[in-house]
Design a protein around this ligand. Structure first.
Ligand code: GTP
Ligand code: MG
Length: 195
Protein backbone atom coordinates (compact mmCIF):
# COMPACT_ATOMS: atom_id res chain seq x y z
CA UNK A 1 0.00 0.00 0.00
CA UNK A 2 1.28 3.51 -0.79
CA UNK A 3 1.66 5.84 2.20
CA UNK A 4 -1.61 7.40 3.26
CA UNK A 5 -2.14 10.99 4.35
CA UNK A 6 -5.09 12.91 5.70
CA UNK A 7 -6.81 15.06 3.10
CA UNK A 8 -10.04 16.49 4.49
CA UNK A 9 -12.90 15.86 6.93
CA UNK A 10 -16.07 16.77 5.10
CA UNK A 11 -19.44 17.53 6.68
CA UNK A 12 -20.90 18.61 3.33
CA UNK A 13 -20.45 17.37 -0.21
CA UNK A 14 -18.99 20.75 -1.19
CA UNK A 15 -15.97 19.88 0.96
CA UNK A 16 -15.25 16.59 -0.84
CA UNK A 17 -11.97 16.37 -2.78
CA UNK A 18 -12.27 16.62 -6.57
CA UNK A 19 -14.18 13.62 -7.83
CA UNK A 20 -11.52 11.96 -9.96
CA UNK A 21 -9.26 8.93 -9.71
CA UNK A 22 -10.36 6.04 -7.51
CA UNK A 23 -11.78 5.74 -4.02
CA UNK A 24 -12.68 2.95 -1.58
CA UNK A 25 -15.03 3.76 1.32
CA UNK A 26 -15.36 2.02 4.68
CA UNK A 27 -18.89 1.74 6.07
CA UNK A 28 -20.54 0.07 9.01
CA UNK A 29 -22.39 0.64 12.22
CA UNK A 30 -21.01 2.87 14.90
CA UNK A 31 -18.06 1.52 16.91
CA UNK A 32 -17.75 -1.61 14.76
CA UNK A 33 -14.09 -0.92 14.01
CA UNK A 34 -14.04 0.97 10.69
CA UNK A 35 -11.28 3.40 11.61
CA UNK A 36 -9.22 0.60 13.19
CA UNK A 37 -9.57 -1.52 10.04
CA UNK A 38 -8.46 1.41 7.94
CA UNK A 39 -5.39 1.98 10.12
CA UNK A 40 -4.47 -1.73 9.99
CA UNK A 41 -4.78 -1.83 6.20
CA UNK A 42 -2.79 1.37 5.72
CA UNK A 43 -0.17 0.42 8.31
CA UNK A 44 -0.70 3.67 10.16
CA UNK A 45 -1.58 3.08 13.79
CA UNK A 46 -2.97 6.54 14.43
CA UNK A 47 -4.04 7.84 11.04
CA UNK A 48 -7.79 7.49 11.56
CA UNK A 49 -9.02 8.34 15.03
CA UNK A 50 -10.40 5.33 16.87
CA UNK A 51 -12.33 5.39 20.09
CA UNK A 52 -14.26 3.26 22.51
CA UNK A 53 -16.93 5.98 22.40
CA UNK A 54 -19.37 5.23 19.56
CA UNK A 55 -20.00 7.96 17.01
CA UNK A 56 -16.41 9.20 16.98
CA UNK A 57 -16.22 9.63 13.21
CA UNK A 58 -18.97 12.12 12.36
CA UNK A 59 -17.76 13.37 9.01
CA UNK A 60 -16.64 11.76 5.79
CA UNK A 61 -12.88 11.61 6.13
CA UNK A 62 -10.72 11.35 3.04
CA UNK A 63 -7.16 10.00 2.98
CA UNK A 64 -4.92 10.21 -0.06
CA UNK A 65 -2.72 7.26 -1.07
CA UNK A 66 0.78 8.03 -2.29
CA UNK A 67 1.11 10.69 -4.95
CA UNK A 68 -1.69 9.47 -7.15
CA UNK A 69 -5.42 10.03 -7.40
CA UNK A 70 -6.41 7.18 -5.11
CA UNK A 71 -8.14 7.64 -1.81
CA UNK A 72 -9.65 5.72 1.07
CA UNK A 73 -12.63 7.13 2.91
CA UNK A 74 -13.78 6.68 6.50
CA UNK A 75 -17.58 7.04 6.61
CA UNK A 76 -19.56 8.03 9.71
CA UNK A 77 -20.93 5.02 11.57
CA UNK A 78 -24.65 4.40 11.61
CA UNK A 79 -27.00 3.12 14.26
CA UNK A 80 -25.70 4.98 17.26
CA UNK A 81 -28.77 5.46 19.45
CA UNK A 82 -27.57 8.47 21.45
CA UNK A 83 -27.14 10.74 18.47
CA UNK A 84 -30.04 13.24 18.14
CA UNK A 85 -32.51 12.53 15.32
CA UNK A 86 -31.58 15.69 13.43
CA UNK A 87 -27.91 14.74 13.40
CA UNK A 88 -28.79 11.21 12.28
CA UNK A 89 -30.79 12.61 9.43
CA UNK A 90 -27.90 14.82 8.39
CA UNK A 91 -25.55 11.78 8.44
CA UNK A 92 -28.03 9.76 6.40
CA UNK A 93 -28.30 12.48 3.79
CA UNK A 94 -24.54 12.97 3.62
CA UNK A 95 -23.97 9.22 3.28
CA UNK A 96 -26.68 8.68 0.71
CA UNK A 97 -25.54 11.67 -1.32
CA UNK A 98 -21.98 10.41 -1.26
CA UNK A 99 -22.93 6.90 -2.41
CA UNK A 100 -25.25 8.25 -5.05
CA UNK A 101 -23.03 10.90 -6.62
CA UNK A 102 -19.45 9.88 -6.14
CA UNK A 103 -18.04 8.95 -9.55
CA UNK A 104 -14.63 7.90 -8.27
CA UNK A 105 -16.10 5.44 -5.74
CA UNK A 106 -14.70 2.09 -6.89
CA UNK A 107 -15.88 -0.10 -4.03
CA UNK A 108 -17.31 -0.29 -0.54
CA UNK A 109 -15.85 -2.15 2.42
CA UNK A 110 -18.72 -3.02 4.76
CA UNK A 111 -17.51 -3.77 8.26
CA UNK A 112 -19.51 -5.93 10.63
CA UNK A 113 -18.70 -7.35 14.04
CA UNK A 114 -18.24 -11.10 13.54
CA UNK A 115 -20.23 -11.63 16.74
CA UNK A 116 -23.17 -9.51 15.53
CA UNK A 117 -23.34 -9.41 11.72
CA UNK A 118 -26.20 -8.03 9.59
CA UNK A 119 -27.63 -5.41 11.91
CA UNK A 120 -29.28 -2.03 11.51
CA UNK A 121 -28.40 -0.58 8.22
CA UNK A 122 -26.12 -3.38 6.97
CA UNK A 123 -28.67 -4.95 4.66
CA UNK A 124 -29.74 -1.56 3.33
CA UNK A 125 -26.14 -0.79 2.43
CA UNK A 126 -25.93 -4.12 0.58
CA UNK A 127 -29.10 -3.17 -1.30
CA UNK A 128 -27.72 0.26 -2.18
CA UNK A 129 -24.42 -1.15 -3.41
CA UNK A 130 -26.31 -3.65 -5.53
CA UNK A 131 -28.58 -0.91 -6.91
CA UNK A 132 -25.65 1.39 -7.77
CA UNK A 133 -23.62 -1.55 -9.18
CA UNK A 134 -20.92 -0.89 -6.64
CA UNK A 135 -18.55 -3.74 -5.70
CA UNK A 136 -18.78 -4.57 -2.00
CA UNK A 137 -16.48 -6.53 0.29
CA UNK A 138 -17.45 -7.50 3.85
CA UNK A 139 -14.93 -7.59 6.69
CA UNK A 140 -16.15 -9.63 9.66
CA UNK A 141 -13.98 -7.85 12.17
CA UNK A 142 -13.00 -8.38 15.82
CA UNK A 143 -12.40 -12.02 14.87
CA UNK A 144 -9.97 -12.11 17.81
CA UNK A 145 -12.95 -11.78 20.14
CA UNK A 146 -14.80 -14.83 18.80
CA UNK A 147 -13.94 -18.50 19.15
CA UNK A 148 -12.23 -19.75 16.00
CA UNK A 149 -14.91 -22.23 15.03
CA UNK A 150 -17.68 -19.72 15.72
CA UNK A 151 -16.01 -17.10 13.53
CA UNK A 152 -15.63 -19.73 10.81
CA UNK A 153 -19.27 -20.74 11.12
CA UNK A 154 -20.44 -17.11 10.86
CA UNK A 155 -18.27 -16.63 7.78
CA UNK A 156 -19.74 -19.66 6.07
CA UNK A 157 -23.29 -18.85 7.08
CA UNK A 158 -23.03 -15.27 5.81
CA UNK A 159 -21.38 -16.33 2.56
CA UNK A 160 -24.23 -18.74 1.90
CA UNK A 161 -26.83 -16.18 2.97
CA UNK A 162 -25.49 -13.48 0.63
CA UNK A 163 -24.68 -15.76 -2.31
CA UNK A 164 -28.18 -15.91 -3.79
CA UNK A 165 -29.17 -12.24 -3.40
CA UNK A 166 -25.73 -10.60 -3.80
CA UNK A 167 -23.57 -13.07 -5.75
CA UNK A 168 -20.79 -10.50 -6.33
CA UNK A 169 -20.29 -9.68 -2.67
CA UNK A 170 -17.21 -11.19 -1.00
CA UNK A 171 -16.78 -11.86 2.72
CA UNK A 172 -13.73 -12.51 4.92
CA UNK A 173 -12.67 -12.66 8.56
CA UNK A 174 -10.63 -9.74 9.92
CA UNK A 175 -8.98 -8.47 13.07
CA UNK A 176 -7.37 -5.06 13.32
CA UNK A 177 -5.88 -6.12 16.64
CA UNK A 178 -4.21 -9.33 15.44
CA UNK A 179 -3.78 -8.50 11.77
CA UNK A 180 -6.01 -11.37 10.66
CA UNK A 181 -7.09 -11.03 7.03
CA UNK A 182 -5.10 -7.85 6.40
CA UNK A 183 -3.39 -9.22 3.29
CA UNK A 184 -6.63 -10.54 1.83
CA UNK A 185 -8.34 -7.16 2.33
CA UNK A 186 -5.38 -5.25 0.88
CA UNK A 187 -5.60 -7.37 -2.25
CA UNK A 188 -9.22 -6.33 -2.71
CA UNK A 189 -8.33 -2.66 -2.24
CA UNK A 190 -5.46 -2.98 -4.69
CA UNK A 191 -7.74 -4.60 -7.24
CA UNK A 192 -10.34 -1.83 -6.97
CA UNK A 193 -7.84 1.05 -6.95
CA UNK A 194 -5.53 -0.42 -9.59
CA UNK A 195 -2.57 -0.40 -7.19
P1 GTP B 1 -17.11 5.17 14.89
O1 GTP B 1 -16.17 6.04 14.13
O2 GTP B 1 -17.45 5.73 16.23
O3 GTP B 1 -18.31 4.77 14.11
O4 GTP B 1 -16.32 3.80 15.26
P2 GTP B 1 -15.43 2.89 14.32
O5 GTP B 1 -16.31 1.95 13.57
O6 GTP B 1 -14.48 3.69 13.52
O7 GTP B 1 -14.66 2.01 15.39
P3 GTP B 1 -13.16 2.19 15.95
O8 GTP B 1 -12.17 1.77 14.91
O9 GTP B 1 -13.01 3.52 16.56
O10 GTP B 1 -13.13 1.02 17.07
C1 GTP B 1 -14.09 0.96 18.09
C2 GTP B 1 -13.54 0.14 19.25
O11 GTP B 1 -13.35 -1.22 18.83
C3 GTP B 1 -12.18 0.62 19.74
O12 GTP B 1 -12.15 0.49 21.15
C4 GTP B 1 -11.20 -0.33 19.07
O13 GTP B 1 -10.01 -0.50 19.79
C5 GTP B 1 -12.01 -1.63 19.03
N1 GTP B 1 -11.61 -2.52 17.91
C6 GTP B 1 -11.59 -2.19 16.60
N2 GTP B 1 -11.18 -3.24 15.84
C7 GTP B 1 -10.92 -4.25 16.69
C8 GTP B 1 -10.48 -5.62 16.51
O14 GTP B 1 -10.23 -6.12 15.42
N3 GTP B 1 -10.37 -6.36 17.65
C9 GTP B 1 -10.65 -5.87 18.88
N4 GTP B 1 -10.54 -6.70 19.93
N5 GTP B 1 -11.06 -4.60 19.08
C10 GTP B 1 -11.19 -3.80 18.01
MG1 MG C 1 -14.40 5.74 13.20
Amino acid sequence: MPTAQFLVAAAHSRDFPTDQGGEVAFAGRSNVGKSSALNALLQRKKLARTSSTPGRTQQIIFYGLGEGEQRVVDLPGYGYAKVPAAVKEQWGRLLEGYLHDRESLAGLVLIMDVRRPMRDFDRQLLEWADYFDLPLHVLLTKADKAKKNEARRTLEFLRADLASRFPEVSVQLFSALKGTGVEEAREKLGEWLGL
